[in-house]
Write a protein of this length. Structure first.
Length: 173
């Protein structure tokens, strides 16, 4: 066989060396092909922009209630055996004491009526449905109210689960 560069080899000679004409051509072709691909890949890698990661969703930081404080919340919470419970919660705090008054009016049902509870309260860090925040805890009754950033209160249990699945809350007046 005569090659364009003037070299003459027989297929048998090339086969003896373990290289076929096809193999030799592919080696040259692969070298010619790899170099431009390598340059292109490296060039594209250099063009990659480092975009900053988007900021995590901002969680509003809820400030504790002031030391001298008076506030009132109202709302209707669901009831399993009545039309609802009308709730009014009043909190008062000064330098010496934190007191609450909780008024509950059961609407309809087997035992309608008004109930009044009074006692001490405190504010503490807590979580409700995985959301960090502050809770108002009514000592003598073990009731906890989660303070939302919008000022509303949601009743929660000791594990931080919201008691009303429909999301009923007391609104601040």
């Amino acid at each position: 066989m005569i090659f364009p560069n003037g070299r003459t080899d027989s297929c048998r000679d090339t086969a003896k060396r373990g290289i076929t004409v096809y193999d030799a051509g592919m080696r040259r072709l692969s070298r010619l092909f790899i170099l431009p691909v390598l340059v292109a890949v490296l060039g594209l890698a250099g063009c990659r922009r480092d975009e900053p990661e988007p900021p995590a969703a901002a969680v509003p930081v809820l400030a504790p209630l002031p030391e001298a404080f008076e506030g009132e919340w109202r709302g209707v919470l669901p009831c399993t055996d009545c039309a609802g419970i009308e709730v009014e919660l009043t909190l008062q705090r000064d330098a010496t004491m934190a007191r609450f008054v909780l008024l509950e009016r059961y609407l309809g049902g087997a035992a309608p009526g008004d109930y009044r509870s009074e006692g001490r309260w405190r504010e503490a860090a807590c979580r409700a449905a995985g959301e960090p925040g502050l809770c108002i805890e009514l000592y003598e009754f073990g009731l906890r109210w989660f303070r939302h950033a919008d000022g509303t209160l949601a009743a929660i249990d000791s594990e931080g689960r919201v008691l009303d699945a429909d999301g009923a809350r007391l609104q601040r007046l």
